[in-house]
Design a binder for this molecule. Structure first.
Ligand SMILES: [Zn+2]
Length: 254
């Protein structure tokens, strides 16, 4: 009983020491912009005294750095195991290495807001059934394979492509209709797959012909990473993306 009472008063006194409020005041005196991208760095070198010597450890909490926030957001999306009902049964899940987690969250934190989806989860698997395919997407899941981390591959570009698939999944019927017009897709009857009259040479990547969604993900990827190529292959889609996502596809946290 006595011990419990002691612990209780000890806990209360910690609260009354107000470590957090002292750090808040210390941070406020430093006059750092809470939302600045350099906030954590500037905070960590603020002068301290006997009362505030531990405050630099609180800098991440005190700052509202959008890039750090974004990294935390995406880090929570990296999952172990297999996605529910993953159709590719031959693909085996594997553990993320710490380095991979860091690389993936860093790349994801650069994504424009329009590609920041609450529902998305990312999984790590060994080898695609379509090797050397580096990644796959399916109903809110993104899977990264070993080849995504090969030196010749651009992780940022790979992830951007997969998130473009997710974006396509949010399209309304109106959005789909509008995209179909610019990319020359059509679907005569509901029970039939969409088709296109475009020639092979108008696709930035040949697998775009397999579906409007794959075509869309490829085109979004090229819009950002190879705009000249996209314009050359099929300029109406370039213009459509420019009009619909005007100013919304810029990478963040460079
Ligand atoms: Zn794709």
């Amino acid at each position: 009983m006595r011990v419990l009472f002691f612990l209780f008063t000890f806990a209360l006194s910690i609260k009354s020491w107000g470590v957090d409020s002292k750090c808040e005041a210390w941070f406020k005196n430093g006059k750092i912009d809470r939302k600045s991208k350099k906030c954590v760095l500037k905070c960590s070198v603020l002068q301290v005294d006997m009362d505030t010597f531990a405050c630099p450890l609180e800098c991440e909490k005190l700052c509202d750095d959008p890039c750090k926030e974004s990294e935390r957001f995406w880090k929570n999306k990296l999952k172990d195991g297999r996605p529910n009902l993953w159709p590719n049964t031959t693909e085996k899940s594997k553990q993320w290495s710490e380095k991979e987690k860091e690389l993936v969250t860093k790349a994801l934190s650069k994504m424009p807001k329009v590609l920041k989806f609450e529902l998305v989860e990312l999984y790590r698997m060994d080898k695609s059934k379509d090797f050397p395919n580096p990644s796959s997407h399916g109903s809110h899941y993104i899977t990264l394979y070993d080849s995504a981390f090969d030196s010749g591959n651009d992780l940022l570009r790979i992830l951007f492509h997969e998130l473009a698939h997710e974006l396509y999944g949010t399209f309304s019927q109106e959005d789909i209709k509008s995209y179909y017009i610019s990319a020359m897709w059509s679907q005569e009857r509901k029970e039939r797959e969409p088709s296109t009259m475009r020639s092979d040479s108008t696709f930035v990547r040949s697998d775009g012909r397999t579906s409007p969604e794959e075509d869309f993900a490829n085109n979004m990827e090229f819009y950002l990473f190879n705009p000249v190529q996209l314009k050359k292959h099929w300029s109406p889609v370039f213009e459509w993306i420019k009009k619909v996502y005007s100013g919304k596809l810029t990478l963040e946290c460079k």
